[in-house]
Ligand binder design. Structure first.
Ligand code: PLP
Length: 379
């Protein structure tokens, strides 16, 4: 028995980092890149926020109206099942409500999947340069990461994109999840429906294939629609989506997934009961109903992205092809100097060193004014 006086040695400095569990010991805190509130104060209206793939047009006016109305209800807990939003999604997607799960952003759902379906006995497969949350979800669950080398830079269809053939081969007996992002962040690359079908055929039925479609609403490449078309044939398929990108509701934190009802039921065991707040639920449902507004956001993004890509190319900056609301520009040299140069002029872009792409910068498509500010700020 340790006496309290003995255990409280004043000289021993308290350090909680030594007290974490094994999985948490491997994690690092999210690096937001910059102190954005401070930068907004420094640059005021002249800032160009092109670092986080947000929709510069903002949310649908109908979503804003619904959210304002929902504010009056914030003394109540939100509907823990988010039924109104689920019904709206089910109707739009033509599926049963029981196939839908809601998350505090799709980030939460990606984490939950690993936590519910894997532990230290399992492995999880994802691609090099795949979305940053995949390795974090893997580590947080204590699972082993199998990171498959990306396609080479010279690959025509998907430079630095997912090598689906190699990913299928990387699956081991202990693999529980494969994470794919289509299109992928930060590369902007994609694979078409036929490639996904061929991949799904090769995956054993006990391995969950999670297709992150955060940029789905922006997609218009031939042969590319959605993984949802394969949900009936492959019950191990999980599709995640978000209201953070094309719907312009990143600050509201709403994402959803479509999966076999038994997958959704398992996630419900661990999900925080009120993970999506009532303002977010109302905003997402209203945003979903405003189809003209979404069409406008899509059209704006496509036109602006291709214009910006051309303008950058004219100035000697090469960007990978993109089906998203950002461009990945790959320079001939380390990108840190350019990033700093832009930063000093109030143009915030995302450096890619954390991904092992120190020569690349990820530039979100902003408003026309922001994009012009980027071009003007280039050295
Ligand atoms: C932005 C993004 C998400 C969305 O995250 P939320 O938590 O829904 O805001 C998910 N996956 C990818 C690939 C993304 O780029």
């Amino acid at each position: 028995m340790v006496k309290p006086e003995e255990s409280r040695r004043p000289t021993a400095a308290f350090d909680a980092t030594r007290l974490t569990n094994t999985a948490t010991a491997k994690l690092r805190a999210y690096d937001p890149g910059h102190d954005l509130p401070a930068l907004r104060e420094r640059f005021g209206a002249t800032i160009a926020e092109l670092g986080s793939n947000e929709n510069p047009l903002g949310p649908s006016p109908r979503a804003l109206k619904a959210m304002r109305a929902a504010l009056a209800e914030t003394f109540r807990y939100p509907d823990p099942r988010g039924m109104l939003l689920k019904r709206a999604l089910a109707e739009q997607l033509g599926i049963e409500v029981g196939r839908i799960g809601l998350g505090n952003g799709s980030h939460e759902l990606l984490m939950l999947l690993a936590q519910c379906f894997s532990d230290a006995r399992h492995s999880i497969v994802f691609s090099q340069f795949g979305f940053a949350v995949f390795p974090i979800a893997t580590a947080a669950a204590g699972a082993r990461a199998i990171c498959v080398p990306a396609l080479p830079r010279g690959n025509h269809a998907a430079p630095l994109g997912h090598d689906l053939g190699a990913m299928a081969k990387a699956i081991r007996r202990d693999t529980r999840i494969v994470y794919l992002a289509n299109p992928n962040n930060p590369t902007g690359t994609w694979f078409d429906d036929a490639a996904l079908a061929a991949f799904l055929e090769k995956v054993p039925p006990q391995v969950l294939v999670v297709v992150d479609e955060a940029y789905h609403e922006y997609v218009d490449a031939p042969g590319l629609s959605t993984a949802l078309g394969f949900a009936e044939r492959f019950p191990n398929l999980v599709v995640t989506r978000t209201f953070s990108k094309a719907y312009g509701l990143a600050g509201m934190r709403v994402g959803y997934l479509v999966a076999h009802p038994s997958v959704v039921a398992v996630l419900e065991r661990l999900r925080e009961s009120f993970n999506v707040n009532n303002v977010a639920l109302a905003g997402a449902a209203a945003a979903l109903a405003d189809k003209p507004w979404l069409a406008k956001a899509r059209a704006f993004n496509r036109a602006e992205r291709e214009w910006l890509r051309e303008e950058l190319l004219e100035r000697g900056y090469r960007c990978l092809p993109s089906q998203t609301n950002f461009l990945l520009c790959v320079l001939q040299r380390d990108a840190a100097k350019l990033e700093h140069h832009l930063f000093e002029r109030g143009v915030i872009v995302r450096p890619m060193g954390g991904y092992g792409l120190s020569r690349a910068l990820r530039i979100s498509i902003g408003s026309r004014a922001e994009n012009r500010r980027l071009l003007q700020a280039l050295p």
